[in-house]
Design a protein around this ligand. Structure first.
Ligand SMILES: C=C(OP(=O)(O)O)C(=O)O
Length: 587
């Protein structure tokens, strides 16, 4: 097969080389997960039972055919029965479960995809079209399998076999992405998605190379194709030559060495050349991510996206996490951080992070009942979470962060709910930190434009640039069709950031940035030049941002930054930004 290159949107760093594993071949959209070793035989049996059921179904349909039924119908059923008894369909997927530990549905579609690719190469048109028959048979089996989906084992585990797997998919939901966390996948490639879609965010926090928004990669790439992902360039090379693979391996080694070198800065505080300290924090999605935060030298957790505890729950975990389950998760993160602050954002569900629980179709989900709006409508869910967060505050330093604030009454009601949660804990004599700090996410333009309205009621602010850009520029951050309009240095964004930093300064409260801009080295000097002194980002990006701060004289940046803030010409902004970035070692 000839090599070709696909250009998409880069969402994380690094290079990886591996084989393609298609998640959603053709029309067959199934759940993908790995089963634990001890579940493998049960999973094999589950697929075998489904195949047997379909075989029996086909026989019974055949035997009940009316005598005057067209002969083609009987022939059609024969073909399907024959396909199903062919070892390439009935046995190969069982082997895939045994060797790769795929769940039954995934094993089946993987094999069907391999067979489909082989059929595509057949010259004879009639035979080539038998591909559709195979897919129809597989779909029958899948229907039987998904009928028992609730009893599926959901275990995942590290598997040597997956060490060089690159997941290729139309899209991966953040919930599905979470299922890949403990698995040794080496990269992600998707047709859809934007720079700061939640899928992109999770891949960044896993430190895994990924390219999204490739359009139709999942149709062009075939199961088991060799791929190179150069995520800095947003490029995916399909079927590269051995020589190219070798060149990329060398580049990979160089990057790895550089990363190791940066690791030595772990204990060095991020102090600029002119002596200004910038606090670098980590964003986490699950409590266990706190280890990576600590490992990267973070001074705390600037954003714990607690909604990931609520999403993608299946089987016995299907209900929302209880107060106890949440408490244990928050406490785990707090204890791991050993006294460093942990900012827990309250449930920020909705839009591309749906709660499968009770979700219904909404025309504009990003503008709908999400985040704090949802919590205030569901006070019991909110109170349960607040009690869990407060209980965790007895084990370290916890800050509560309220997302999607646009109205003063949302802050008032949130503060009242926090007080109610505190009071209930006092009555039950359960320990918590009475002085737990409460802050708000600034991610809706209305909030940034009217900060004096509620800033006095808050202990801190945190700017969610991903949503701020989405809402200011009116573009869906997860839609690759408008990804070219996602511009973090649009004058409107820079004005809103500048207003926020000034309002916080005036109110004498700290302000952090926890959106994607905080981890973008191209913007570090601009942000610290504007006055931001706290940046929260995926742990993997922290060392290089620290290095940039160590090499910067903030006072020397101020004139150029002021100039950037005064201009409305995007071209000039870019030129000035390059100038700021290229100012080397500003002593
Ligand atoms: C940090 C942010 O929140 P999230 O990406 O989780 O929506 C943001 O919007 O910038």
């Amino acid at each position: 097969m000839a090599s070709f290159t696909l250009q998409g949107i880069p969402v994380s760093r690094g290079i990886t080389i591996g084989r393609a594993h298609l998640l959603r071949p053709a029309a067959m959209d199934v759940k993908h997960y790995l089963v634990a070793q001890e579940q493998v035989e049960a999973e094999v049996e589950r697929l075998q039972r489904a195949i047997d059921t379909v075989q029996l179904d086909l026989q019974s349909i055949w035997s009940e055919l009316p005598t005057d039924a067209p002969t083609e119908l009987g022939a059609f059923l024969d073909v399907h029965a024959l396909i199903l008894s062919d070892p390439m369909v009935s046995e190969a997927p069982l082997d895939i479960i045994r060797t790769r530990h795929y769940n039954a549905e995934w094993a089946l579609v993987t094999q069907v995809d391999v067979l489909s690719a082989q059929f595509d190469e057949i010259e004879d048109e009639y035979l080539r079209e038998r591909k559709a028959d195979i897919q129809q048979v597989a779909e029958r089996v899948l229907k039987v399998l998904t009928g028992s989906a609730d009893q599926l084992p959901r275990a995942v585990g590290v598997d040597e076999q997956n060490a060089n797997m690159i997941v290729v998919a139309k899209d991966i939901s953040p919930a599905d992405m979470m299922q890949f966390r403990d698995v040794a996948f080496t990269g992600f490639v998707t047709d859809e998605g934007g720079t700061n879609s939640h899928t992109a965010i999770v891949s960044r926090s896993l430190g895994i190379p990924a390219v999204v928004g490739l359009g139709n990669a999942s149709h062009l790439i075939r199961q088991d194709d060799w791929l190179i992902i150069d995520s800095d360039a947003g490029v995916v090379i399909v079927a590269p030559s051995p020589l190219l693979i070798e060149q990329y391996r060398q580049q990979q080694a160089v990057l790895l060495k550089a990363r190791k070198k940066l690791g030595k800065l772990k204990k060095t505080p991020a102090i600029s050349l002119d002596g200004i300290e910038v606090t670098l924090l980590a964003n986490i999605e699950l409590p266990e991510d706190a280890h990576a935060a600590l490992e990267a030298g973070a001074s705390g957790v600037g954003l714990f996206r607690s909604e990931f505890l609520f999403m993608g729950r299946t089987g016995v975990e299907q209900h929302l996490p209880s107060e106890e389950e949440q408490f244990l998760a928050y406490k785990q993160a707090v204890q791991t951080m050993k006294g460093r602050p942990v900012t827990i954002r309250t449930l920020d569900v909705g839009a591309d992070k749906p709660l499968e629980h009770g979700e219904h179709n909404i025309l504009n989900p990003a503008l709908g009942l999400r985040a704090i709006r949802y919590c205030l409508k569901e006070p019991q869910i909110f109170l349960t979470q607040l009690r869990a967060i407060l209980r965790a505050s007895a084990f370290g330093t916890v800050h509560i962060l309220i997302p999607m604030i646009a109205h003063a009454f949302e802050i008032d009601q949130s503060l009242a709910m926090i007080e109610q949660a505190k009071e209930s804990l006092r009555i039950e004599r359960i320990a918590f930190d009475e002085n737990v700090q409460v802050g708000a996410m600034i991610e809706i333009p209305a909030a940034a434009l009217s900060l004096p309205m509620f800033v006095k009621k808050l202990d801190f602010l945190s700017v969610g640039t991903n949503d701020l850009i989405q809402y200011t520029l009116a573009i869906d951050r997860a839609d690759h069709e408008v990804a070219h309009l996602y511009n973090d240095t649009h004058p409107a964004i820079l004005q809103l950031l500048s207003m926020t930093v000034s309002a916080a300064e005036k109110a004498a409260i700290p302000v952090a940035i926890c959106g994607g801009m905080a981890g973008d080295i191209k913007l570090t000097r601009l942000l610290i030049g504007m006055g931001f002194r706290e940046l929260s980002m995926p742990a993997a990006l922290l060392p290089e941002i620290k290095q940039e701060i160590l090499n910067t004289n903030i006072a020397a940046l101020e004139p150029a930054v002021k100039k950037i803030l005064r201009t409305y010409d995007p071209q000039v902004i870019q030129e000035l930004l390059t100038e700021v970035r290229e100012l080397r070692l500003l002593h």
